[in-house]
Design a protein around this ligand. Structure first.
Ligand SMILES: [Cu+2]
Length: 140
């Protein structure tokens, strides 16, 4: 009986996936990959590979850039600034808690990184696409 309970408790961690996203690879203003399709319980680990960036949720349209401190919710998030200026490659891990679209960007330089296209989407869909979000960011 105890072992059956233990086994059932382990199932979510067995099935959950972890996605790795590079932030600022090759000194670029990029999240790679820029879109992630994830299920509840999956984790996304962002690793900053250059400069000083943030991983922050924002709105799909309107005032996209810069994303506000704390991020835009519900279930938004904000890594705060993560500097790789010392070569430490800092990470931020988000655990997915819903399957709704979440759009995010870097808040650095008063939104300049965001407007340059430093953006990402978790679970974009047919009405809220990453391509449209990116266009909204560049125009914001
Ligand atoms: Cu940045």
């Amino acid at each position: 009986m105890f072992s059956k309970v233990l086994f059932l408790a382990l199932i979510p961690s067995i099935l959950a996936a972890n996605f790795a996203v590079s932030v600022g690879a090759a000194n670029g203003l990029t999240f790679t990959p820029a879109t992630i399709t994830a299920a509840i319980g999956d984790t996304i680990t962002f690793t900053v590979l250059s400069r000083n960036h943030s991983v922050t949720t924002t709105t799909f349209s309107g005032a996209v850039c810069p994303p506000p401190p704390g991020g835009v919710g519900p279930n938004g998030f904000d890594s705060g600034f993560l500097s790789d200026l010392d070569g430490s490659e800092p990470t931020f891990t988000y655990t997915v808690v819903d399957t709704k679209p979440h759009f995010g960007a870097c808040m650095q330089a008063a939104g300049a990184h965001c407007r340059a296209g430093m953006t990402f989407a978790i679970n974009p869909n047919s009405t809220q696409t990453y391509a449209q979000f990116l266009a909204n960011a560049k125009a914001s």
